[in-house]
Design a protein around this ligand. Structure first.
Ligand code: DI6
Ligand code: FE
Length: 411
């Protein structure tokens, strides 16, 4: 007997094929030990529901999608940057503020000062916003500590959140995010420190699922990024990259040459970069919240990505400087409105492709037998509504590893 069975559902399985959204009308999902044990048309169920499962839920014609995946966040940090926001509204640019010692560095100072509990609690609140909208998997980066201990503290907090909350947390080491004051003028020495001290130490504690770097004019060069990738390779860790956000550094092609899981941002991506990504199977993670918030005008080359067959994921980039957002549904709307993704591409970007960008594509991201039973019931008439709305939250129920998180369906 199955543990639970969900009936009267319209399933957006997000399994690729000829049917939009991989949809199954009048569908059913059976759950056993946290996984999808059976999925299909209700008419094909091998018996009457009550004889098949201990618990039967009726979705009453709601749509069910895979649990949402936010595959790029910097959600653990100290302080905020509302003051910088005010400065920018008085005319300063993001780069000017960064060069004057504000920007990422001010968050580094606040993060170093914050206790573990303060970091934990502030991140938990932001995660609660995401979870309320159906997020069941989230990536969390370090990168606001920059010294060995604070980088490790951020990642420990991320791990603890993953243990305490009904949420799969994937951690990413982002030591090469900004140059800390103690290494002023010594970027190469900082990279050496990360490669030979800070990263191996975090990895040996089991804190690192992937390694990322910020490759850009105000970040690190491709030569420095390559050193991070070599260190990651030596530790057997997959890589990803903040690439081509403010300028074209050929970062995406470099990342692809290391078989990167993803290259993220990509507003300035070249044709050669897109081709290299397609060949390596590197997922493009687009971050419309950051595009919107820093009022970027250069669009990521979505047509080029489509033409080359690069998979496209979407994420919040939740961070205090360029994307202080905790709504993945708003990301769907922005991706459609600003980047012209179709609602189906946008939903795939926060399910199937988001999971792929974390190397979790075999486990999560679509509704298929054997995958984790992460799914969301929605009060919507068609899946396109998820990208169409601005504000409001149509989530009716979130199921994480087979467990319904809310006592009843919300209306
Ligand atoms: N690119 C971004 O958008 C964030 N980090 C990065 O490398 C911004 C981080 C911040 O401004 O605090
Ligand atoms: Fe980022």
């Amino acid at each position: 007997m199955w543990e639970s069975l969900w009936l009267d559902a319209r399933l957006a399985t997000m399994v690729p094929g000829n049917v939009p959204y991989g949809a199954i009308e009048d569908g059913a999902i059976a759950v056993e030990r946290g996984r999808i044990a059976w999925i299909g048309r209700r008419a094909d169920l091998p018996g009457s529901p009550e004889t098949l499962a201990e618990e039967v839920w009726r979705s009453r014609n709601r749509w069910i999608t895979p649990g949402l995946v936010d595959c790029h966040t910097h959600i653990v940090y100290g302080g905020d940057r509302a003051h910088e926001f005010e400065l920018r509204l008085k005319g300063a640019s993001y780069e000017e503020i960064a060069r004057a010692g504000g920007g990422i560095r001010s968050t580094v100072a606040a993060t170093r000062e914050a206790s573990d509990d303060v970091l934990y609690e502030s991140a938990r609140r932001r995660l609660a916003d995401l979870q309320a909208e159906g997020v069941t998997t989230v990536e969390i980066k370090s990168g606001y500590g920059l010294d060995r201990e604070t980088e490790a503290r951020m990642l420990r907090v991320a791990r603890r959140l993953g243990q305490d909350l009904p949420l799969t947390v994937s951690t990413t080491y982002l030591g090469a995010h900004a140059l800390p004051p103690e290494f002023e003028g010594r970027a190469d020495a900082f990279i050496e420190f990360l490669c030979h001290d800070s990263l191996p130490s975090a990895a040996s504690e089991g804190l690192v699922d992937a390694v990322d770097a910020f490759c850009d004019r105000i970040g690190f060069t491709t030569v420095q990024t390559r050193k991070m990738f070599e260190a990651a390779r030596g530790l057997g860790l997959p890589v990803k990259l903040h690439a081509e956000q403010l300028s074209d550094q050929d970062g995406a092609a470099l990342a692809a040459s290391y078989g990167a899981l993803s290259a993220d941002h990509l507003e300035h991506l070249s044709e050669a970069g897109a081709r290299a990504m397609a060949k390596a199977g590197t997922v493009a993670v687009l971050l419309p919240g950051a595009f919107y918030f820093i009022r970027e005008t250069r669009l990521p080359p979505v047509d080029l990505l489509r033409r080359e067959g690069v998979r496209i994921a979407l994420a919040t980039d939740c961070n205090p400087g360029t994307s202080p957002m905790t709504s993945l549904l708003l990301v769907l709307n922005m991706a459609a409105t600003l980047f012209r993704l179709t609602p189906e591409e946008a939903l795939a970007g926060v399910t199937r492709e988001g999971a792929a960008a974390l190397g979790l594509g075999r486990e999560r991201g679509t509704l298929e037998v054997g995958k984790a039973a992460d799914f969301v019931l929605w009060n919507i008439a068609r899946p396109a509504e998820l990208a169409y709305r601005i504000g409001g939250n149509p989530a009716a129920q979130v199921v994480k590893d087979g467990q319904a998180l809310w006592p009843e369906l919300r209306t």
